[in-house]
Design a protein around this ligand. Sequence first.
Ligand SMILES: [Zn+2]
Length: 163
Amino acid sequence: MFRIGFGTDIHRLVAGRTLVIGGVVIDSDLGADGHSDADVLLHAATDAVLGALALGDIGTHFPNTDERWRNAESSEFLLYAVGLAKERGYEVVNIDTTINLELPKLRPYIDEIRTGLANALRIDIGQVSVKAKTGEAVDAVGERRAIQAQAVVLLEDIEPRDR
Ligand SMILES: [Zn+2]
């Protein structure tokens, strides 16, 4: 038994915030604005895992009106979602993601980001794909007003049970 999940996220880019992607601090003059650490990749991945389980979205589980999550590390959200999957007998087979960011170029960070995402999901780096694209200088991403991410995750039921 397999289940597939999809997640997407967007954050505004502003001055005076640290840019964190997949738990990795990126050298950038602009950072993602948000209630938590605003890690767009981990938020998309969390939504993908919750989506695969049909358990709502990140806002359902971690409302941004809740002071507990102010400046929270987003790896907490993803670990929680993976915990819900484990409770139900599922483990992550693989995850494929894309980050949309105009600057800086993420190529030098990709393996570190893959490692960060793999650690948050408790899987091996070989199960984690992270791709990066620019916005071709158009729209919110291209004009450096936003960062976006998409994630697709596959879960497999690994719990042996009578059928
Ligand atoms: Zn987010």
